[in-house]
Design a protein around this ligand. Structure first.
Ligand SMILES: O=C(O)CCC(=O)C(=O)O
Ligand SMILES: [Fe+2]
Length: 313
């Protein structure tokens, strides 16, 4: 069994740094504290299906002091999760996806919901636990949920899929592919995965302590894959942890790579491409490869829940 986490050559040079949607700073390679080291030259790694590394982490430094969040934009709590996903500002999110390849939603989960999700790291049912250092994926641990998925994860997966499938089809068409490449219902994508031998669930929960990080990678688990994935950080940035930015790197053809560094509010979702995005050029759209990772957590504990829509072989 192999895990597809392909090697894409890294071009160290200049990066444009985005923090949320506010700050745009140009930093140089030396100024970057993130792990922009090239992906290990491994394309065929030990199965992630083998969970054997549940060592207990002892915090090596004091968590950052809890500070009050600055974020005020929040989707009302009164709707169920699927309703809240439907109520997101999809026109604006789609414009962000089309323009820059990724989008950050307003906070969708409240603090109690984030706490409940974070607690699953210790209490959930998992099909595998991965020690990232062991596979040279970075440092920290992540765990793949087993069937049946936690209700919230299942609901979020189906709801986000329903909204993202039409965008995925539009992107497919922009890149010269089938405008009906992806079914509009998530169940149908899962059936396609199963027909291709991809039956292992991919939603996961990740936990990083001080010094932990996640190397730049792509989450492709077989021939059938959906072009978007989403992740939510369920710890409070600046309060529960410091560092630990989500890093997206665009591998521009015949040009230097561009990094986007995101610090999404707790309970917001970042929507980003699993493999590539269409970019408008002089003669139509071309593919821009994308990878994601997490910069070093400098203090505290960062827990995130990642939702990948295709299942794994
Ligand atoms: O920890 C994160 O924010 C990134 C997790 C990740 O790699 C994923 O959800 O695929
Ligand atoms: Fe990932």
């Amino acid at each position: 069994m192999t895990v597809d986490r392909p090697t894409i050559p890294f071009q160290p040079d200049k990066y444009v740094k985005f923090i949320g949607d506010q700050t745009v700073t140009r930093v140089t390679e030396n100024g970057a504290t993130w792990c922009f080291n090239p992906q290990p030259r491994v394309t065929c790694l030990p199965s992630r299906g083998v969970g054997r590394c549940a060592t207990k982490r002892v915090s090596r430094s004091r968590p950052a002091a809890r500070r009050v969040s600055m974020t005020t934009t929040t989707v009302p709590r009164t709707r169920d999760l699927a309703g809240r996903v439907d109520d997101l500002p999809w026109e604006a999110l789609r414009a962000d996806l089309d323009e820059r390849g990724f989008a950050v939603t307003p906070r969708l989960l409240d603090a109690a919901e984030c706490d409940r999700l974070a607690a699953l790291f210790d209490t959930g049912r998992f099909r595998a636990t991965i020690d990232m250092a062991q596979h040279r994926f970075g440092a920290g641990r992540y765990r793949y949920f087993d069937h049946p998925l936690p209700e919230a994860v299942h609901a979020l997966r189906a709801a986000f899929y329903g909204r993202l499938a039409p965008i995925a089809n539009a992107w497919s068409a922009l890149l010269g592919g089938d405008p009906g490449a992806f079914p509009l219902e998530h169940d149908e994508l899962i059936e396609r995965c199963a027909a291709a031998g991809q039956t292992r669930p991919t939603p996961l929960i990740l936990r990083y302590g001080p010094g932990d990080w996640n190397a730049l990678h792509q989450d492709l688990y077989g021939d059938v894959f959906f072009p978007f994935q989403v992740v939510t950080v369920v710890a409070e940035p600046g309060a529960d942890f410091d560092g630990g930015e989500l890093v997206l790197v665009e591998q521009r053809p015949r040009a230097q790579s561009r990094a986007h560094v995101l610090r999404p509010p707790r309970g917001a979702f970042v929507i980003f491409p699993t493999r590539e995005r269409p970019n408008a050029g002089r003669s139509g759209h071309h593919r821009v490869g994308m990878r994601h990772g997490v910069s070093t957590v400098t203090a505290g504990s960062r827990t995130a829940v990642g939702i990948i829509f295709h299942d794994a072989r």
